[in-house]
Design a protein around this ligand. Sequence first.
Ligand code: F6P
Length: 536
Amino acid sequence: MPDWSYLRALHRAAPRIADLFAADPARADRFSVKTADLMLDYSKTALDDTARAGLVALCDAGGVAERREAMFTGAPINETEGRAVLHTALRNLDGGSVLVDGADVMPGIRDTLARMRGFCDAVRTGAAMGVGGPFTDVINIGIGGSDLGPAMAVAALAPYHDGPRCHFVSNVDGAHIADTLRGLDPTTTLVIVASKTFTTVETMTNARTARDWMQTGGGDPERQFAAVSSAPGATAEFGIMPENVFGFQDWVGGRYSVWGPVGLSLMLAIGPAGFDAFLRGAQAMDRHFRSADFADNMPVILALVGLWHNQVCGYATRAVLPYDQRLSRLPAYLQQLEMESNGKSVAMDGSALTGPSGPVVWGEPGTNGQHAFYQLIHQGTAVVPCEFMVAAQGHEAALAHHHRLLVANCLAQSEALMRGRSLRQARAMLAGRGLSDPELDRQARHRVFPGNRPSVTLIYPKLTPFVLGQIVALYEHRVFVEGVILGINSFDQWGVELGKELATSLGPVVDGSESAAGKDGSTAALVDYVHRHGGG
Ligand code: F6P
């Protein structure tokens, strides 16, 4: 864990962001990073040259370059699980070999990708069918990393859909699967059970329910079920035909898995060529991340801005605000990516972290958020660094005026957050309304915006598969760099275990076969309420 005191002192002495612009006409250019497609503008933060240099120095001190190379080359950097971290190999389409324990993993990856393409072509052309005819619908049953990636990307790439309709069921709440199955034809629906471990209770419960539904409705699970998993024994035991099983290795973490078989539903929706473009986008970001100097490296800069806000300024959350309706699932996706990766309190060496771990990540698409929670972002007492995203061009050519409004709103928000409005300006605005002086003063106070609130804006040409691949890989590498500098392992997730264990032990208590004796008073009272009101 770095010593943040130097940077904290810089933060305390920092001028207002607006003054940084006044002092440096080239600030927007000097504090933005460009790749061939994307531009990340971080000029509306309090960083100046000194602070940026201090942050970049953390990369050297933390060994970011060495860890980055170790990741790309298959070293077991997930030390608590003794595994390599190689989601980048899944998109290493025309790159060289990648060795894990001396064996090249690329032939296996290419083979699986070729099988996925063949499967998708067969489904999409009708060569593979359900009992009732060509597949009309696909349900991906999975949770966490086996759901959020494809669900986010399928929503994001709606203009490219030319395959069967895709649905996602994740929650063990029966409402989720019941609402999804209603209206679907069990004889023309393909079910993909996506689970790395093939033991996750939510997924296996939903998979069994879907299988019963299909059998009862005249479908054939043998023909109409596929699986995505690292556990071939378990998929066979469930009854899924080996030719419909797409495997991946334990060096692909769940929340980093959309690039391989977990992306099968995405490939079915947009086709193998579209999926290829998605992978190529990520590969382009990998190459940039691996080769660009830290100060011009988009994932590194995004990470350093994140650390500056969280560790140096002490801002506990960050909002992800895509001005792109089709990125509506991106905040949820990034919540898992960032919070499951970096929400840790123990460093790699077992010592306790002395500062905060990663921030709370949250968000909603603009402009909807503007009419909900932006009030707090503009005038609340907590500072929430914002990460805006917007495309220069929308897909709806006939609705270009919508897109202009969307862009204007996005840019207006970051400008308003930075500029704010002083009491004097608020008074001037209200003057001429015939208010008494005290009343003018009272009302003006409510219209003051503190301003000086930081944001970054990621701007991209258009949300194509290639661009989405770049954006997702950008955030993956950002999380990696933050984790390295904090000294934590971003690739395990022990924090989800305890709740799982207790849910298992509470099952018999909730269904009444075991007593709640020994449980704490609150848990026992809640169980009692459930029993008295007919649950269990
Ligand atoms: O929530 C914990 C977790 O292990 C995630 O990391 C993972 O993405 C999710 O559960 C689903 O796991 P699986 O793919 O094994 O069903």
